[in-house]
Design a protein. Sequence first.
Length: 82
Amino acid sequence: MKVMLYALSTCAWCRRIKRFFNENEVEYDFVDVDLLEGDEKQQRRTELKEWNPKGSYPTVVIDNEKVVIGFNKDRLREALGL
């Protein structure tokens, strides 16, 4: 399973998702978009908006198929099969 988290370093909900993933031993990749610069930052924002047109954080993409926007433990558990 491939899990990608689009986050902000200053976002409390993003930190909660990271903690949730770690506590549930979910392997994931993440990018703190606010820490990027220039073209890389714009590229990641464009990727995010393909999955979440509002561009809000946190956004979790699972297997390039499922998207969970915001921190919702029940939706995350269901999407991840936990």
